[in-house]
Design a protein around this ligand. Structure first.
Ligand SMILES: [Zn+2]
Length: 137
C-alpha cells in the first residue's frame, strides 16, 4: 500500500543500520512459506510499541505490527525481500533523526517526523488499509 523509509533512532538501533524500509501491506497477504517466526515486543518513537516477527532460525526481522496500524497491517522489512528494488520508498519519515551523511532521494516526500496518511497515501491504498482493519480475519 505504501513504503516508509524511517530514519528514527529506534529503527536505526533495531536494524543496526542507518534506516529501515517498511513495505506496508495487509497482514493476510503476508504468507509464511517455510520455517517459523518468533515475536518480540519493541519500543517505538511514539511510545506505543511494535511487535516484530523474526525468523526463528536466523533472527532476521521480517515484518512488524505497529500499535497504531493494528494487527491486520504488516510492515514488511523490504530489505529481506528477494527483490527489494520493487519497493522504493514513498516517503522518508523521521528525517529529523537521520544520520548526517545519509542523502535523501530528491522527489520523494520527506518529513521530520510522521505524515498525515490522508494527504500522503493514494486513495486506493487508504481504502485497502481501511478494508483490512475492518476485516474479521
Ligand atoms: Zn522508525
Amino acid at each position: 500500500m505504501f513504503v516508509n523509509c524511517c530514519h528514527c533512532s529506534w529503527c536505526r538501533r533495531e536494524t543496526g543500520s542507518a534506516f529501515v524500509i517498511n513495505a506496508i501491506i495487509e497482514a493476510d497477504r503476508v504468507i509464511l512459506t517455510k520455517g517459523e517466526v518468533v515475536r518480540s515486543e519493541l519500543p517505538t518513537a511514539s511510545g506505543r510499541g511494535q511487535a516484530v516477527l523474526r525468523c526463528a532460525s536466523c533472527g532476521t526481522a521480517l515484518w512488524s505490527h505497529y500499535s497504531g496500524a493494528g494487527p491486520k497491517i504488516s510492515f514488511v522489512r523490504a530489505g529481506t525481500l528477494d527483490d527489494p528494488g520493487q519497493c522504493p520508498p514513498d516517503a522518508f519519515i523521521f528525517t529529523a533523526d537521520k544520520l548526517p551523511w545519509v542523502q535523501l532521494t530528491p522527489g520523494i516526500p520527506a518529513f521530520p517526523e510522521r505524515y498525515d496518511l490522508k494527504t500522503q497515501w493514494p486513495a486506493e491504498s487508504l481504502a485497502r488499509r481501511t478494508a483490512a482493519q475492518a476485516s474479521s480475519t
